[in-house]
Design a protein around this ligand. Structure first.
Ligand code: HGY
Ligand code: MN
Ligand code: MN
Length: 411
């Protein structure tokens, strides 16, 4: 099976058809978790999996599993997949590539009439992005036992307040299968790198050895609303001035721990958001990342110290909620080796790489041997409508994924 190859045109066709769901003017997608567009993408995926002879089950949090039987039905399955939800200004490949490369693996096994020993399941996880509902990686996190079903169902849309539970029901993906609690033989996920390393080096495959640690915060700065005209500058308690200085401090912390640290403030709301009222309250998010947990803890301390000092100087009050995190996570050495060997068998250049982004594989790795396959993306740009990958790289990554799945599903 060494020379078995996926059908690159079929994979590219599937990617482009999926990209039509939620397509945006600039060539990206907006398929926010549990919206009608997410449902449309899910429905298309389910139809394709059923047409490929898979038995599809949906668990209580909307995770979709398309099972291709193996010779040993009771053997823990090999899972392969990713997510179909996107960022608001997302790209055509983030997530969808991993789900559809997984489907292409099944389609290729079907064409070749190969019966694996272990069952193979293509999986689509609920709300990986964490954009509409936070935290991210909800479906895989609950599957891995990191979150309870109740806490996930209760999570509100960041803007409108609708809950995950209500939206799962509304789109018809509140399934009946239990969430997790079953043994998994191995998990593989193909994904675009979402950074510039592979492209800059001209390397085709990233053998992902693990993912860096992340901490997400919600910060509320409270001052006092007052009239923009008669209120003398020294008497103001301007929440937006305080928040702006804190956001600048977040950026400074990221730069102070360069080149491996990342620090981002991506979501801000201002109240009352009126041009002639001094803002009384500002809410913003902080995303800190580093491959070394010790350094991440240091960045955490600096964030808290800097915000406290800025709050005092600006006569405002700051509250920091460190509500979600995961540590730097190494992937399973044998699965990583299966990816590396797969790249060699398929004849593609490759290099080991640590993921800067979080992925469902990070949570799967808590309970199952897991690894990832990266392919380059144009300019290293992602979470942007111009996100792009080539048909050749998509096919190369799916070939490596196929070999990795075979390595674990066939004795
Ligand atoms: O934020 C991340 O790393 C991923 O895109 N959810
Ligand atoms: Mn992703
Ligand atoms: Mn993403």
């Amino acid at each position: 099976m060494r020379n078995l190859k996926i059908d690159g045109d079929r994979l590219w066709g599937a990617l482009m058809e999926m990209a039509r769901i939620g397509a945006t003017e600039k060539g990206g997608v907006c398929r926010l978790a549990l919206t009608d567009l997410d449902r449309e993408g899910r429905d298309l995926f389910v139809r394709w999996c059923e047409a490929a002879g898979c038995t599809v089950t949906v668990d209580r949090l909307g995770n979709i599993f398309a099972r291709r039987p193996g010779r040993e039905p009771d053997r823990p399955p090999v899972l392969v997949g990713s997510h179909l939800d996107s960022q608001p200004t997302g790209g055509r490949f983030d997530g969808a590539y991993g789900v559809l490369a997984g489907l292409e693996v099944v389609r290729t096994l079907n064409d070749a009439g190969i019966e694996t020993d272990a069952p193979v399941e293509v999986v689509c996880w609920t709300n990986e992005e964490g954009s509409r509902f936070s935290p991210p990686m909800m479906g895989s996190g609950a599957f891995a036992g990191v979150f309870t079903e109740e806490e996930i169902r209760a999570r509100p849309d960041n803007v409108t307040g609708e809950t995950v539970g209500a939206e799962l029901k509304r789109i018809g993906y509140a399934g009946s299968a239990p969430v997790g609690g079953r043994e998994i033989g191995a998990y593989f996920e193909a994904h675009i790198e979402q950074g510039p390393i592979l492209e800059n080096e001209g390397t085709t495959i990233g053998v992902v050895t693990g993912a860096q640690g992340q901490r997400w915060y919600e910060v509320t700065v409270t001052g006092q609303e007052a009239h923009a005209g008669p209120t003398p500058m020294p008497l103001r308690r301007d929440a937006l001035v305080g928040a702006a200085r804190m956001i600048d401090a977040v950026n400074a912390i990221g730069n102070a721990h360069a080149p491996l640290a990342c620090a981002t403030c991506g979501f801000v709301t201002v109240k009352p958001n009126s041009r002639n009222t001094i803002p009384g309250e500002v809410f913003f998010t902080v995303d800190l990342r580093h491959p070394d947990d010790e350094k991440l803890a240091q960045m955490d301390r600096e964030l808290r110290d800097r915000c406290a000092a800025i709050a005092e100087g600006a006569a405002v009050v700051v509250a920091i909620d460190d509500f979600w995190r995961f540590p730097a996570t190494p992937f399973d050495a044998a699965c990583v080796a299966a990816v590396r060997t797969g790249a060699e068998k398929a004849g593609h250049s490759h290099r080991d790489i640590v993921s800067g982004a979080g992925h469902d594989a990070v949570y799967l790795a808590r309970g199952a041997p897991s690894a990832m396959v990266f392919i380059p993306c144009e300019g290293g740009i992602s979470h942007n409508e111009i996100e792009a990958a080539t048909p050749e790289h998509c096919a190369a990554g799916a070939d490596v994924l196929l070999q990795a799945v075979l390595a674990r599903a066939v004795d």
